[in-house]
Design a protein around this ligand. Structure first.
Ligand SMILES: [Ca+2]
Ligand SMILES: [Ca+2]
Length: 262
């Protein structure tokens, strides 16, 4: 009696600490949130590395986390985060991309070059490693991710989110995550059609979600044209990662809005 079941092995906890911006106390608190978001009995009290990367909850369950529901990420003062589903998809895809990457020689090589530490499973680049990438590296990764996705159309529609995805997601949104990392994920979230560019249709969808019917369609189009006019430096009609980075760098409140407090 009174035996305390350890949630993770010591090694797991150390790995999670290495790969995120969280202390072990915060990691355990996040695990509690993950369990609370599931239905009773769905998530065990202790979790093996395999379960942490394979036991998946439906993305809709993210709505059960108040911080995600009323979070101030992307835009402030929205009572329901219009990007919640999009955020869930981007972070879920990460682990799927990694699984796919392990079967691809070129990507495996790339992984090996950039991988110094990793989550205990086959998850590849942790958020803390990504922050060391230059803009060029980030663009390259987006291109690779993009090719990969185009080869796997629709395969992962209902994959769900595992604890490691969840941890990585919360790490990116944490206050300790560097700006570059947040910009990288913001770009992926806004790139709805996942072609590696934020084009007119992505901008319109972003704008529509943000204004939620407050602007007429033609007004939305005008806003998007303005954004492109000001920021599409090479004039190809879409924002590349570098152009997007430039826009966000000028937005002083970006860091404050891309943040979830746990
Ligand atoms: Ca796009
Ligand atoms: Ca451009």
């Amino acid at each position: 009696m009174g035996n305390k079941v350890a949630t993770f092995s010591e090694e797991q906890l150390e790995d999670y600490q290495d790969c995120t911006y969280f202390t072990r106390k915060e990691i355990l608190r996040l695990y509690k949130r993950f369990r609370e978001m599931a239905d009773p009995g769905m998530v065990p009290r202790s979790m093996t590395p395999h379960e942490a990367s394979s036991l998946r909850l439906p993305l809709e369950y993210l709505a059960r986390i108040p911080e995600l529901k009323v979070c101030v990420c992307v835009i402030e003062n929205v009572h329901e985060n219009p990007f919640r589903d999009r955020i869930g998809r981007v972070f879920t895809r990460n682990s799927l991309d990694n699984v796919t990457a392990s079967t691809s020689g070129q990507q495996q090589q790339q992984q090996q070059q950039q991988q110094q530490t990793s989550l205990p499973s086959d998850a590849s680049i942790s958020s803390s490693q990504r922050c060391n990438e230059s803009s060029g590296d980030a663009q390259h990764r987006l291109d690779v991710d993009c090719d990969d996705r185009q080869n796997n159309d629709g395969r992962d529609e209902n994959l769900g989110i595992c604890f490691e995805d969840f941890l990585e997601m919360m790490s990116v949104f944490s206050e300790h995550a560097p700006r570059d990392l947040k910009v990288y994920y913001a770009f992926r979230i806004y790139d709805f059609d996942e072609d590696g560019l934020v084009g007119p249709s992505d901008l319109e969808r972003t704008c529509r979600q943000l204004v939620r019917g407050a602007l007429a369609d033609d007004e939305v189009t005008i806003v998007c044209q303005k954004v492109l006019e000001e920021s599409d430096i090479d004039g190809d009609g879409a924002l590349s990662y570098l152009e997007f980075e430039h826009v966000v760098t000028r937005a002083s409140d970006f860091l404050a809005t891309f943040h979830i407090r746990i």
